[in-house]
Design a binder for this molecule. Structure first.
Ligand SMILES: *Cc1c(COP(=O)(O)O)cnc(C)c1O
Length: 341
């Protein structure tokens, strides 16, 4: 029995075609900016979003943390949602790397509004850290893969411009957001100062994220990456996988969303599930009935060859991705439907 791993969309393995692209990649020393495949990936990623430049990094945590470092100083602060990855899942890196403060907003399914941002900006008063940066997450992981519409983003960007704040996008799953909203990636360059994009989530590359932004800022980002120990050498083998992912694996994301919706509907109908967050992209978060505990449910799934994640009290997360087949989805639905509380 093939294991069906829904813990994350990071569990995918490179396809034979992606591996072939990696094998064939021309490479050089990227610390000298001499790796042609890295340079190609950076330019291609930047051009997709209408940004000037890009920097290829090992992880989305690194691209987010570099961006925050560039936009802030000690005694300033970052506005973000309470459950955002930059705050909750990056080991307190904002304090560690940037010595900046965080101003948390309670959003709705991971999303915040322009009004909330405006209300969170500190007045010019010696007691307060200076508000410098707003960070949005799209899609929002803890929000069950919810996504921002362009008018919502434009309104937040307008508030940022009025108050001289930078706007960063944690776009670990930005292509899932764009697939769901139907927006073109290049529209984002009007609103965001920097964008972090993961190649190793729904796009199926083994490693890597891109930080996109204006040229002078990305040059500075390269220094920060070096200071973090992220200067790498013949990274072109990995960049080739990222390029392949951007060129072949975006169009198919709708398939992941359709499968997530099917699975969400099956869970909605299951008597042991009290709530399923609206399934907007490739993430399904649901709540178990009081008499079912997470460990017993996950153990049941595991006995049936399925892996999922515990995501909070009574909460389970499943994420669809490109290594699932339609047969697996059918088996999944059959197994989750057969659980008895
Ligand atoms: C995965 C993820 C990241 C970055 O994760 P890495 O594992 O460091 O690549 C950042 N933001 C969100 C919302 C994520 O889901």
């Amino acid at each position: 029995m093939n294991l069906i791993d829904l813990r994350s969309d990071t569990v995918t393995k490179p396809s034979p075609a992606m591996l072939e692209a990696m094998f064939k990649a021309p490479v050089g020393d990227d610390v000298y900016s001499e790796d042609p495949t890295v340079l190609e990936l950076q330019a291609y990623g930047a051009s997709l979003f209408g940004m000037e430049a890009g920097l290829f990094c090992p992880s989305g945590t690194m691209t987010n943390q570099i961006a925050i470092k560039l936009h802030t100083q000690p005694l300033t602060e970052v506005i973000c949602e309470r459950t955002s990855h930059v705050y909750l899942y990056e080991v307190g890196g904002i304090a560690f790397n940037s010595a900046a403060s965080v101003h948390l907003i309670e959003g709705v399914r991971g999303k915040i509004t322009a009004e909330q941002v405006a209300a969170a900006i500190n007045p010019d008063n010696i007691h307060y850290p200076v508000t410098r940066l707003v960070s949005l997450e799209n899609t929002a992981n803890k929000g069950g893969g919810s996504f921002y519409t362009l008018p919502e983003i434009a309104a937040i960007s307008e508030v940022c411009k009025q108050h001289g704040l930078a706007l960063h996008l944690d776009g670990a799953r930005v292509f899932n957001a764009l697939t769901a909203s139907g927006d073109a990636p290049e529209t984002y360059s009007r609103y965001f100062d920097t964008i972090s994009v993961c190649l190793s989530k729904g796009l199926g590359a083994p490693v890597g994220s891109l930080l996109l932004g204006p040229k002078p800022l990305i040059e500075q980002a390269k220094r920060v990456r070096k200071a973090l120990g992220g200067g790498w050498r013949q990274a072109g083998y990995l960049a080739a996988a990222g390029l392949y992912a951007l060129q072949h694996n975006i169009d198919r994301l709708q398939e992941d969303h359709d499968r997530a919706a099917q699975l969400g509907a099956a869970l909605q109908a299951a008597p042991y599930v009290t709530e399923v967050m609206p399934v907007e992209t490739n993430i399904i978060i649901f709540t178990l009935a009081p008499e079912v505990n997470n460990d017993r449910y996950l153990e049941f799934l595991k006995e049936n060859g399925i892996l999922a994640s515990s995501f909070g009290p009574k909460q389970i997360r499943m994420v669809t991705h490109l290594d699932l087949t339609q047969e697996m989805v059918a088996r999944l639905i059959q197994v989750v439907t057969s659980f008895k509380a």
